[in-house]
Unconditional design. Structure first.
Length: 542
């Protein structure tokens, strides 16, 4: 069995305190006599329990194989298995999970899989339910317009666009402040407060009486909902490894699609009412903490109620290595957003009644949900992020070309519906890209800000898309569809350039790292002030 032999003059503890966390003090440090300063240092020799054979897990929701051995050790090799590198990656002494952190702790595959299922049921499912609540409250406007809401409020489609713009802009402005508040007081306090407040505003929409109240409630709803998504993403990252998080985010956005389906079903019924009546907890905690931090030591560099200072905020915002992902967040949904936003109005214009229109929105949402999950799985199985995400743009290309070349208002209405449904069934790379952004952050501080920044760019893209289809271009929107086609082509180029950038960055670091001797590498780990994705030993995912 391997052992750790650690002399007294080994590398010092975490950079933020200069001392070893208690767990390292008991495992990796040595002792010496206080009464005799000249006596030679003694050493602590601690046997290290056996680790699991390095395993490449299947990237599936149910991570089992036919030869599954539940009694085998599941603890994977990590930087914490070597006393020198362990100190370089030591968690903060005020990290909230330090009392459960134990580099010598081991667990079996049965224990790990049982814990993952419990996290899925008790945390992930409820996160999806909360997201469905958000989506129902912000997206029900699309169903409302099928029943002459614009006419009754004295509004035009340009006013409708303005409502989307106000919502997106307010949502964008609330993203980062909300994320900072969540990091300060904790998501367990902030998220319930958000849900309660936006529910009150959503209920008040019953009394809309014109353009002013419409825009006001759109703004208030967005200000209270902004930041919820990055809050939840950061919260989930505390419980899942990187590849596990990507798959769960696929289900997270599936919940949004389910909410859209439910909205269509609810509307089909509700709008018919027009005119009517005016025991092993400690062990599981240790598994939960150690499996995640062994996968990503950066998750121990902040505690969960540590506010982000202006200096740390600027450091995260100015992290240029994440900006390619922010640009992707800005543009990747633009080609599909206007057709999705105008789907109910387009179907009404084709001659479908209110009831059929609401039901006909469901197939595209369902197919979009299925293709999104498939794309997320393929990315993890193929281990290719960029080109998998690019496939969504390739999917949309022939349908965007069709609606640009052909006037769908003049063809059979069912054919037009089929084309629009196929377009909107595209596999969204959104969950894949959110996980990609988290992987390339490599610190809690950066992950906190980058989640908000990425979503802010997505909301900015929503503002742009809300103003592509204009009333003077109706009903064919040929000019708008030409813009969508141009955006689609440019998006493909942006994905390729992002791939090239990250490959170049990794090769540059490989040259520097490989030029160092083993001693120089260890000295770098012990003394470097580089943080997060700026460390020489970090490689970007692409």
């Amino acid at each position: 069995m391997p052992v750790v032999v650690s002399p007294r003059d080994a590398a010092t503890g975490p950079k933020d305190t200069g001392t070893d966390p208690p767990v390292f003090a008991g495992i990796f440090s040595a002792t010496s006599s206080d009464s005799d300063e000249k006596s030679p240092p003694t050493t602590t020799v601690t046997p290290i329990p056996e680790l699991a054979v390095p395993l490449e897990e299947k990237r599936f929701w149910w991570q089992r194989t036919r030869n599954f051995d539940g009694t085998a050790i599941a603890t994977q090799p990590s930087v914490y298995d070597d006393p020198e590198t362990a100190r370089a990656y030591a968690p903060r002494t005020d990290w909230e999970n330090l009392h459960r952190f134990d580099p010598l702790f081991r667990w079996t595959w049965s224990e790990e899989y049982r814990l993952i299922r419990k996290i899925d049921l008790r945390i992930m499912v409820f996160a999806c339910i909360m997201f469905m609540a958000l989506e129902l409250d912000r997206a029900n406007i699309s169903q409302a317009v099928t029943d002459n809401m614009l006419g009754e409020l004295g509004m035009t489609t340009d006013d409708f666009n303005m409502g989307f713009t106000v919502f997106r802009l307010s949502f964008l402005c609330a993203e980062l402040p909300s994320q900072l508040v969540s990091k300060w007081i904790g998501p367990d306090r902030w998220i319930p407060a958000q849900i309660t407040l936006w529910s009150i505003v959503s209920f008040s929409q019953f009394w809309l009486n014109g353009r002013t109240t419409f825009l006001l409630t759109r703004a208030l709803l967005a200000l209270l909902q902004g930041g919820f998504i990055p809050d939840i993403i950061l919260y989930l990252s505390y419980f899942y490894k990187h590849h596990e998080l990507s798959l769960r985010l696929g289900f997270f956005w599936t919940a949004m699609s389910i909410a859209d389906i439910l909205a269509g079903l609810f509307a089909a019924g509700i709008l018919q009412l027009r005119g009517h009546l005016a025991t092993s907890g400690w062990s599981e905690e240790k598994i939960m903490i150690n499996r995640v931090i062994r996968d990503d030591p950066s998750k121990g560099d902040m505690h969960n109620r540590q506010p982000i200072t202006p200096k740390l905020l600027w450091k995260s915002i100015s992290d240029y290595d994440l900006w390619p992902l922010y640009v992707i967040g800005l543009v990747f949904q633009l080609p599909a957003s206007p057709p999705a936003q105008y789907l109910t109005l387009s179907l009404r214009g084709l001659g479908f009644d209110t009831f059929k229109t609401n039901l006909l929105t469901i197939p595209s949402v369902f197919l979009h949900m299925v293709t999104m999950m498939i794309l997320t799985y393929v990315a993890e199985i193929w281990k290719e992020l960029t080109f998998t995400a690019l496939f969504a743009q390739v999917w949309m290309f022939p349908f965007i070309v069709f609606i640009y070349v052909v006037d769908i208002t003049k063809i059979n209405k069912w054919t037009a519906w089929a084309i629009l449904t196929a377009l909107l069934a595209y596999p969204s790379a959104h969950p894949l890209q959110v996980g990609w952004n988290s992987r390339n952050s490599n610190t809690v501080r950066s992950r906190t800000v980058s989640a908000a920044m990425y979503n802010m760019f997505c909301q900015t893209g929503g503002i742009i898309s809300a103003n592509i289809y204009r009333s003077d271009d109706a009903p064919r929107y040929k000019r708008g569809n030409g813009v969508l086609l141009g955006l689609l082509v440019s998006n493909m180029a942006i994905y390729v350039l992002t791939k090239v950038y990250y490959v170049w960055r990794n090769k540059s670091r490989d040259r520097k790292w490989n030029a160092l001797t083993a001693e120089e590498r260890q000295n770098y780990l012990d003394t470097t002030t580089d943080e997060g994705n700026k460390r020489l030993d970090f490689r970007f995912q692409h």
